[in-house]
Design a protein around this ligand. Structure first.
Ligand SMILES: Cc1cc2nc3c(=O)[nH]c(=O)nc-3n(C[C@H](O)[C@H](O)[C@H](O)COP(=O)(O)O)c2cc1C
Length: 394
């Protein structure tokens, strides 16, 4: 406020503008990809995964862009998911590495990179080719496994028929136990190579979406507004009405039906990780749902080391929430993750350039991981361990 007491001259105005730009949250993670452009750049001009977000912003109606962008409530956890990576330093080993080996084994499958596509809802609103294009893009990017969301906009069978890469299925259990069983049988019949059961997202409060509804009622792609018989908006805060209250014993039931690896997604405490082990789960998936479940939950990265310790190598630990750079992947692996998931990055790629955008965004992340491994002196993923990082979590 003080500066308004001074007369505004050109020097002060430029100074204020520079200070504003320097304080923008975007500056913390990326260069401005469009500073020299007055047009949407071509796919070949994409340099980082973050570049795709800006193109997605230009291409999508605002409510659709917001649906991907938001976190719950005041978005504390959304910010923290990114900030947490700043609290992990990489301490390189002086070891010459020419071509790092990024091959990984996960649940009996060989992966070219320890990277998966996290399950995310409704891809048709991002691009007319929807999930089949996401799957094709993921397969083209060194056979990256795609985890298809239970709320995909195209049926699992149709997605599975679109390509030949690894494909998993994510389940939001319903109250109706028969419908869960049917879904699990059906997706396994259609080729799901693993089943991920999401146990967070009991209820959430999506303020950006609520505001969008008021500001853009009926906007294309906007979240549909269901009304009750009296005409009032039903369930305005999107509390899931037909989702199950998760009882761990249900996993014993599903264990008998699921013949492929069974994974629990949304684990944020060592205690829950241990319960997963007691129920014969094949992998623990540490995630805060990209900060879309409980606001003020910790960042996934902060809780990862304790969960890895609790699991003690008995099953793999998968990690997601907040990854935007290859170095972020290296940090999560160094803290004990066996593989990581990417959520929003794939959505930006799809919205920006369809299947090719998904492929390119993934290839950029793969190339960045390789560069980070080289710079850190890691010849293979076996060399990636806690000696590579110094954490300073508050
Ligand atoms: C728009 C959007 C939709 C999502 N839909 C699902 C879903 O249907 N099922 C699920 O288990 N997780 C869902 N997630 C969470 C992702 O699987 C993943 O945990 C999260 O996106 C990872 O964080 P990141 O976006 O920062 O990479 C969704 C995330 C986003 C951004």
């Amino acid at each position: 406020m003080l500066q308004y007491r001074y007369e505004l001259n050109r020097r002060r105005a430029l100074h204020a503008l520079a200070a504003f730009a320097a304080g923008s949250p975007l500056r913390a993670f990326q260069q401005d990809p469009f500073r020299d452009h007055s047009r949407i750049p071509a796919l070949t001009e994409m340099r980082t995964a973050l570049d795709f977000e800006a193109v997605a912003f230009v291409r999508l109606p605002r409510p659709v862009f917001d649906y991907t962008a938001y976190g719950s409530d005041s978005e504390f956890t959304l910010r923290r998911n990114r900030q947490a990576f700043d609290w992990v330093e990489l301490t390189p080993h002086a070891q010459p590495v020419r071509t790092p080996d990024t091959a990984a084994q996960l649940l009996g499958t060989k992966l070219n990179y320890p990277i998966l596509l996290s399950p995310t809802a409704g891809h048709l609103q991002l691009h007319p080719d929807g999930e089949p294009a996401t799957y094709a893009g993921a397969t083209a990017a060194a056979a990256t496994p795609m985890i298809v969301s239970n709320v995909s906009s195209v049926p699992f069978e149709k997605i599975a028929g679109a390509s030949r890469g690894p494909i998993w299925f994510q389940l939001y259990p319903r109250n109706d136990s028969e419908s869960n069983h049917e879904t699990l049988e059906r997706v396994q019949g259609a080729g799901a190579q693993a089943v991920v059961v999401t146990v967070d997202q009991q209820a959430s409060f999506f303020e950006r979406i609520l505001h969008s509804r008021h500001l853009n009622p009926g906007a294309p792609g906007g979240v549909r507004r269901r009304t009750s018989s009296r005409g009032a908006p039903r369930n305005p805060y999107r509390v899931p009405e037909d989702r199950l209250f998760y009882e761990w014993k249900l996993f014993d039931e599903w264990r008998k039906i699921v013949k492929v690896p069974l994974i629990v997604k949304g684990v944020l405490t060592p205690e829950d990780a241990k319960i997963c082990l007691e129920h014969g789960i094949d992998a623990v998936y540490v995630s805060n749902h990209g900060a879309r479940s409980l606001d003020y939950a910790p960042s996934s990265l902060e809780v990862l080391p304790d969960i890895v310790d609790a699991v003690g190598g008995r099953v793999p630990v998968i990690f997601d929430s907040g990854i935007r750079r290859g170095a972020d992947i290296l940090k999560a692996l160094a803290l004990g993750a066996s593989a990581v998931g990417l959520g929003r990055i794939a959505r930006w790629g799809l919205a920006a350039y369809g299947a090719e955008g998904v492929q390119r965004a993934l290839e950029i992340m793969q190339a960045e991981l390789k560069l980070a491994m080289m710079a850190a002196g890691c010849a293979s993923l076996k060399a990636v361990n806690r000696s590579l990082v110094r954490t300073d979590f508050p």
